[in-house]
Ligand binder design. Structure first.
Ligand code: 1HE
Length: 265
């Protein structure tokens, strides 16, 4: 892997490009990768200007924890107006992650809490190592989620489970998290990055229009009424199948040259 140029030693993010995959690591392990403004804005900058040729991104954290959420030391002195602007900044940045140019895979371990879970839920695929635990301590700290958690997390696990997490401080383990839909994959400790790279490689092999439709059309279709959603789906399907790449892939299948669907893969 090559380090992308011009990264000062104390950068809150490490980025490395590995062919078509960009690996982004939160880099404040001494603060359990708590997200201060500098880190959030650095994420915005990375997702606003992905290097040419990148087709998939991976977000992970340095150290034993994915992310301890909002950097609470920056919260103390904020008034209501500043609070709204701050929350809206998170929304802007996490929208760039969710609705950017490429699918994003998160590698989770240790704490995936508060704003860390909000960041993970803006990613398209979550791979959790066995040490991962999920919580929303905002409820116990006298605050509320502000990084899009109330919109994205119920879409993964339902309103009732998120309400329980915030009202009671409930912590879900990695295994429970996979069972309820917080992660799609579970791995042994230290196996997350290898799995994420395998998934990312797979994603890079998809037709570009399919990846685009999955990031940009699917969540909007799922949020629509049935009537609008079905219409939107037909338009998206027609555009996708019209591409030269789709036609070539379908021809390959009919000529017996494409991989078949294999159970267990
Ligand atoms: C922090 C933060 C943080 C750690 N902001 N500094 N999130 C939380 O409420 C979670 C708070 N953190 C924890 O519960 C624990 O730190 C962990 C379970 C994640 C890790 O425990 P541990 O024992 O490995 O580490 P530690 O000793 O607690 O923390 C190490 C250092 O990181 C320590 O600083 P130090 O200077 O004393 O060494 C901690 O203060 C610091 N640290 N977490 C600031 N979050 C958009 S709105 C989102 C709203 C939220 O995310 S609220 C939930 C915030």
């Amino acid at each position: 892997m090559e380090n992308t140029p011009a990264q000062p030693a104390a950068s809150p993010l490490h980025t490395e490009q590995n062919g078509e995959i960009l690996v982004i690591r939160l880099n404040r392990p001494e603060k359990r990768n708590a997200l201060n403004d500098e880190t959030i804005l650095a994420l915005e900058s990375v997702f606003s200007q992905l290097p040419q040729g990148v087709k998939c991104a991976i977000i992970s954290g340095e150290g034993q924890h994915f992310c301890a959420g909002l950097d609470l030391s920056e919260l103390r002195e904020r008034d209501a107006v500043e609070g709204i602007h701050h929350s809206r900044m998170w929304h802007r940045v996490l929208d760039k992650v969710q609705y950017g140019k490429v699918p994003v895979v998160a590698v989770l371990r240790g704490a995936c809490v508060g704003g860390g879970l909000e960041l993970a839920s803006a990613c398209h695929i979550r791979v959790a190592e066995k040490s991962t635990f999920y919580a929303l301590p905002e409820g116990r700290r006298g605050i509320f989620v502000g990084g899009g958690g109330s919109v994205r997390i119920p879409r993964l696990i339902g309103v009732a489970r998120m309400t329980d997490m915030m009202l009671t401080g409930r912590v879900y383990s990695a295994i429970e998290g996979e069972n309820i839909g917080l992660s799609q994959y579970l791995t042994e400790e230290n196996g997350g990055m290898e799995k994420a790279l395998e998934i990312a490689q797979n994603i890079c092999g998809n037709a570009e229009m399919t990846n685009y439709a999955l990031i940009h059309a699917l969540p909007r279709i799922a949020d629509s009424s049935q009537d609008i959603g079905l219409m939107f789906e037909s338009l998206m399907a027609a555009i996708a199948q019209d591409s030269a790449e789709a036609k070539a892939r379908l021809a390959d299948f009919l000529a017996g040259k494409a991989q078949k669907v294999k159970p267990g893969s």
